[in-house]
Design a protein around this ligand. Structure first.
Ligand code: SF4
Length: 383
């Protein structure tokens, strides 16, 4: 066992799949959102600048170790595929941190994601010191990103955000979730639509790239239209660089589940969520954001594009799905959730379609009407 290891948090955004993960704080200082279970029962804590710097230097040692392993395997010091495979396939010899550094190097070693949920809670000078150390140690770094909350961002001055930008912070990922105030209260987001707007605008003004996350289905059957319309209104005022959507799936470990049990929150089914997504996109106006659907839980991952020029294209992709007969929709939903299809276009591939059709018939034979439960289980498996 090679003891070299650095601390890792539980998650990162889908777009940071190949980024180096550097834990700067632990868990989430808010931790009350009812649709989120990531840090439930975990206590928030700050890591000291020294602790983070130690991890940066451990990562440097891991890189040296990987380079010498590469030479020993005749790969000329490069982090080539056979070496990365060897490291990834031997978790008994290499720590999680070691393996992710190997994967990072293999993917170019350019991007870093700072974990966990809200790093702007650190004093600006501390975060600047970490960013400086990171860039000094790894000059190949091109992009450094982090999660933060609008509430926290709003407490930073424009000058502080500019200092972070200057030190190398390239992008902030913010969970907007919704722009509807009653829904923000209902899910206990701890922020208002106006605060989202002010924080988002300030990030943009500082020159730091901004990703705003929206949860499709968050309003349930009762509030879906207000959710879509008000979210579009807030996004129209912020004009973030990226609007990223992810579909709600409520697990028993989430507080929102208790509202479902009481019959107070009615989750939406796929078609309703797609309809909601249509209303959201339709009302995005006057902005130049890139709409991204990179979360595995989204039914229509092909609905992506640059606004405003690709808005019509996105709406047409949604309409193509909505116009399918029910049996076709079910075939697509099962194939998509089961990893057979990438997009609705794949329905035109007979070999894939027949494979999914056989699975559907089997489900109907074994448990008539059991498709929704299977789809729900498949979604849960991704969280
Ligand atoms: S702020 Fe983010 S990480 Fe924290 S509880 Fe809410 S959704 Fe989860």
């Amino acid at each position: 066992m090679i003891p070299l290891s650095c601390e890792q948090g539980p998650i990162r955004p889908p777009s940071e799949a190949y980024s180096l993960l550097l834990r700067v704080t632990r868990n989430c200082p808010w931790n009350r959102c009812e649709f989120c279970h990531t840090y439930k029962n975990e206590k928030f804590s700050l890591r000291t600048v020294e602790e983070v710097k130690e991890d940066i230097h451990t990562i440097q040692e891991i890189i040296s170790e990987i380079r010498s392993l590469s030479w020993r395997h005749g790969l000329g010091g490069e982090s080539a595929a056979p070496l990365v495979n060897l490291i990834l396939q031997n978790p008994q010899h290499y720590s999680d941190g070691f393996r992710q550094v190997a994967l990072w190097l293999y993917n170019g070693g350019n991007n870093v994601f700072l974990q966990d949920g809200d790093n702007l809670i650190l004093k600006t000078e501390q975060l600047v010191e970490i960013l400086n150390d990171l860039k000094r140690t790894f000059p190949s770094i091109e992009r450094i990103t982090t999660y933060s909350r609008s509430k926290t961002v709003s407490k930073k001055s424009l000058e502080e955000l500019q200092a972070l930008k200057h030190a190398g912070l390239s992008r902030i990922h913010i969970g907007l979730e919704t722009g509807n105030d009653p829904l923000l209260q209902y899910i206990k987001k701890g922020v208002t639509a106006q605060e989202h707007i002010e924080a988002g605008k300030k990030v943009k003004e500082s020159g730091i790239s901004l990703s705003e996350y929206v949860v499709l289905g968050l309003g349930g059957k009762g509030m879906w239209r207000e959710h879509a319309m008000d979210t579009a209104k807030v996004l129209n005022q912020i004009n973030p660089d990226f609007i990223r959507v992810r579909t709600l799936k409520v697990l028993k470990t989430m507080l929102l589940y208790q509202k479902i049990e009481k019959g107070e929150f009615l989750p939406m089914i796929d078609d309703e969520i797609v309809e909601e997504e249509r209303v959201l996109i339709e009302h995005l106006e006057g902005i130049t954001s890139t709409f991204v659907s990179d979360h595995i839980l989204n039914l229509l991952q092909e609905v992506e594009g640059k606004l405003p020029e690709e808005k019509e294209k996105m709406l047409k992709l949604i309409d193509r799905y909505l116009a399918l007969p029910k049996a076709e929709k079910n075939n697509f939903r099962l194939g998509r959730r089961g990893g057979v299809y990438q997009s609705v276009e794949d329905l035109s591939k007979p070999e894939l379609r027949d494979q999914v059709e056989r699975a559907l018939q089997q489900i109907e034979y074994e448990k008539p009407g059991g498709i929704e439960k299977i789809l729900s289980d498949l979604m849960e498996a991704f969280i």
